[in-house]
Design a protein around this ligand. Structure first.
Ligand code: GAR
Length: 369
């Protein structure tokens, strides 16, 4: 039975719904899974075979090219959705491939009403997207989490391909940066401009904010970068465990090499601190160790300081207490308001932060005290 258009391996949701109804009549079960499946590897093949073995037919919901870009950054997918679908469809385990364009697969779940939903072991039932989980429960689908095959991933494959190139074609791998911010996003913009201008060999693979409408979110979206809002909950002084976990999952999924807190006004804690130990930096508007914590600009004026500045430092469990990587001094003028002084400090931050990033040597940082 062929569920694709003549020259396409992609089935429409309506075609897959027919397949499900057909299976229903025979008392058989449809398994549903979803993913990007860019650069198929042995881990994918084994995972899909296991998913197929849970029922009698398997449909793969494939992220569209635009949604892969949103999740993984502008350099992905390596293969187009048409090609990815064709390769998947050639597998014995795969009966149909659908492409979905929305960030979530909820609509397809509701339409296809699969009997079983399979997901890779980088998720737990608790960490499934609540909207998708709700849709699965509403259609009565059984959720099965399948163990991932260790050491097999598209990102690892791409890395190995880079390493396998001849010396003449080798270029330094680009640093993959995740940026967290809460406000205007001028520091994010400075990093982005350094990347775009070629002064910083890096790519921003993930932007996260605790404010859906913040300047940093809008700037990231305008630049076509994957931007994620993480709901901080109602208490402005708390960033709850669920949000802390969500941040870490986004960063891991975007395979970031390092994390930059660029005006992130929440305290970052576990699991990100351990997962990215010695690879998280923060920019702070004072000459640390002076004026740690909030309102640093106002407090420098109130203290009658003649100068303050900007600091970039490693992030540890002690707020604003990690090793200092660089500082810039900024004079305080008579009559400065906090807003005026903060703008002067930011001008220095916009030079300091990209410079520290361009000098970033992960291994040497990790061994420093
Ligand atoms: C920056 O000045 C940064 O130093 C500060 O927030 C501002 C963000 O500006 N960070 C902190 O105070 C962290 N304790 P931006 O959103 O325009 O980049």
């Amino acid at each position: 039975m062929d569920f694709g258009a003549p020259h396409s391996a992609i089935s429409s949701p309506a075609q897959v719904t027919l397949l499900r109804e057909d299976l229903d009549r025979q008392g058989k079960r449809l398994v549903f899974t979803n993913g990007c499946f860019d650069l198929l590897h042995a881990g994918h093949v084994r995972y899909l075979a296991e998913a197929r073995a849970l029922g009698d037919a398997l449909v793969v919901a494939l992220n569209s090219d635009a949604s892969v870009r949103e999740l993984k950054g502008p350099s992905r997918p390596v293969n187009t959705e048409e090609d990815r679908a064709e390769i998947l469809k050639a597998l014995r385990s795969v009966d149909a491939v659908c492409v979905f364009h929305q960030p979530r697969v909820t609509g397809l779940i509701e339409q296809i009403r699969p009997h079983i939903y399979a997901k890779g072991g980088d998720y737990t039932i608790a960490s499934l997207n609540p909207e998708e989980r709700g849709a699965l429960e509403a259609v009565g689908a059984r959720i099965e989490i399948l163990a991932l095959v260790p050491g097999r991933s598209t990102t690892a494959t791409i890395k190995r391909m880079g390493e396998a190139r001849g010396p003449e074609e080798k270029t330094a791998p680009k640093l993959r940066i995740g940026v967290l911010g809460s406000g205007e996003g001028s520091n994010f913009q400075a990093i982005l401009e350094a990347v775009q201008g070629g002064g910083l060999q890096a790519e921003i693979t993930c932007v996260i904010s605790d404010h859906g409408e913040s300047g940093i979110m809008k700037a990231a979206q305008a630049a076509g970068l994957p931007a994620f809002f993480v709901d901080p909950g109602p208490n402005p002084l708390r960033f709850p465990d669920s949000a802390q976990k969500e941040v870490c999952e986004h960063l891991k999924r975007a395979s970031v090499d390092m994390v930059v807190l660029a005006g992130f006004m929440r305290v970052l804690r576990e699991p990100t601190l351990s997962e990215f130990a010695d690879r998280i930096i923060n920019v702070h508007p004072s000459l640390l160790p002076k004026f740690k914590g909030s309102n640093a600009v106002q407090r420098a004026i109130d203290a009658g300081e003649l100068e303050t500045g900007a600091t970039v430092h490693l992030v540890t469990a002690e707020v604003d207490g990690g090793r200092i990587l660089g500082q810039a001094v900024v004079p305080i003028h008579i009559g400065d308001t906090p807003a005026v002084l903060h703008e002067r400090i930011k001008r220095e931050e916009h030079k300091l932060l990209p410079r520290i990033l361009s000098e970033w040597k992960p291994s040497s940082m990790a061994t420093c005290p």
